[in-house]
Write a protein that binds this ligand. Structure first.
Ligand code: HH2
Length: 260
């Protein structure tokens, strides 16, 4: 899953493709690099990020989404807002990726009424503005697993087929470096929830803490993280550096996809 941030302020690539035409060019570049899913975001969720109005978020997303839907790969929209989801679904988006796990009012019913779109439910606490103060867990893996299990149960309860849902531990969202690493080490406990896992390690600060590298020097760390997560059972990796990640995964597959 290749990340296309149509934003001026995303944590690693804010402003790189904030206007529609450069975002569309970037989608085409990712297609050339072998991307399987395009994930379009109109609002940054980095720690401390302000919330946008739905209209503003949609203004950024709409032209890029309209173009991306013709590119022949599934397209996902990364949003927490029911109104933005509704407009994206009306245009035919394939997947809704929600870092708030569909907790905005009406989001669950909306997805239940759209019979086929895929869904990613991610764990986080609070809002990006204050989430890094909400890292007090007794056991982060148990709590993240139980949150995801509750959200999965809830969505199935409102009529969404479980087969439409992937789960995501939410690396970097209301978690310390050690908590992120603990979640990765114990990924098997999240796989036990019975749904495919999507993981987003790309360029995140935990990788900076491990390697000592600045955000624009974390490509190798991100590829290593993606490969390790897949070897440990993750099914979708959300990445900025698509070409490098695709190459690493091709080599791993050529080696017989050894499991860690
Ligand atoms: N991480 C970010 C945004 N959306 N969605 C899922 N499912 N999982 C993630 O880990 C995830 C996500 C943050 O990364 P990025 O989009 O690069 O930054 P920003 O939120 O600043 O735009």
């Amino acid at each position: 899953m290749g990340i296309v941030n149509v934003t001026p302020d995303s944590f690693s690539d804010g402003g790189h493709h904030a206007d529609a035409s450069s975002a569309i060019d970037f989608c085409e570049r990712l297609l050339g690099e072998g991307v399987d899913i395009l994930d379009l975001g109109g609002e940054s969720t980095r720690p401390g990020a302000p919330r946008l109005e739905a209209d503003e978020e949609w203004k950024r997303l709409e032209p890029v989404l309209r173009a991306a839907l013709n590119f022949g790969v599934p397209v996902s929209v990364d949003t927490c807002k029911t109104e933005v989801m509704r407009r994206a679904l009306d245009l035919g988006v394939d997947i809704i990726n929600d870092v708030q796990a569909l907790r905005d009012e009406g989001a669950d019913a909306l997805l239940a009424s759209h019979g086929s779109a895929g869904i990613c439910l991610m764990h986080m606490r609070g809002q990006p503005a204050g989430m890094q103060r909400l890292t007090d867990y007794e056991d982060v893996v148990t709590e993240v697993a139980s949150f995801l299990a509750d959200r999965l149960r809830h969505m199935v309860g409102v009529g969404v087929a479980a087969e439409r849902i992937t789960l995501d531990p939410g690396y970097g969202f209301a978690k310390t470096v050690e908590q992120n690493l603990e979640l990765q080490r114990r990924q098997r406990e999240l796989l036990a929830l019975g749904r495919p896992l999507l993981v987003g390690w790309s360029r995140k600060s935990t990788l900076g803490a491990v390697t000592g590298k600045a955000v624009d020097e974390r490509m190798s760390a991100s590829v290593g993280a993606a490969l390790a997560s897949v070897a440990l059972g993750a099914r979708v990796v959300r990445v900025h550096d698509v070409g490098a990640t695709v190459d690493a995964l091709k080599v791993w597959q050529a080696f017989g996809a050894p499991q860690a």
